[in-house]
Ligand binder design. Sequence first.
Ligand SMILES: [Zn+2]
Length: 269
Amino acid sequence: MVAAVGSFLEAKSAGGNWLLRIEDLDPPREVAGSAARILHELQRLGMEPDGQVLYQSSRHAAYQAHVKRLLKKGLAYPCACTRKDLPPSGIYQGTCRNGISGGKKPRTIRFRVNDETCKFTDKIQGQLSDTLTRSTGDFIIRRADGLYAYQLAVVVDDDFQGITQVVRGADLLESTFRQLCLQKALGLSTPAYMHLPLALSTDGKKLGKREQADPVKHKDPAFAVAQALFFLGHQPQPGLALGPLWDWALAHWNSDRIPRCTAVAPVKV
Ligand SMILES: [Zn+2]
């Protein structure tokens, strides 16, 4: 909800289009009907996406083509390791970098990282840097079950959709470095990034998807939008109906008001 309102206002206040993508990459974990429910909920809250909604479940051929290119360039390689073969840190030690040792079968495909420091400036979180050899090691781009990893799919689709700005929750902040490396390796475009603080429950825990969705669903849509605005540092006058509330929000949106942190407990209004 916070990411939807923040990204919608950031795009619309700049005269841009607000594009929606359904990241249904993982059919076994998908709740039936959830994409349709999200679309319906956004509409009820007054947020209509521009253009066609892109479903990642329809994009496997594009992901496959990009993985092939990385393999051909030697920037990706098959790996036979299971989760149990990884050290407790979870950082891949490069066991299969120079080929799989005798008798083992390839399971996943990993992207070969280098020890360059990767930097970007986030519109809210500021200047950030990371060295992937130390934080993740060579990471998976195609999983053992044949599905494509989130990191790969989003860079391919951001380029395909002509995305110029990504606005999302700070839980995805760390994964940005892997995406930047993939963009560079594949010659894809790099959008600007803005990571919004995460909504925590009042006891400081991360809200589950279910808890996040429910309060929104049962309340007056204007109340739900106003709550998201408060969370993002904006104070609309109380009691505005949905239409006037959006007019107010579009006229007053200022991303400098968003709390400069990665997580915030929700404001009670
Ligand atoms: Zn391996």
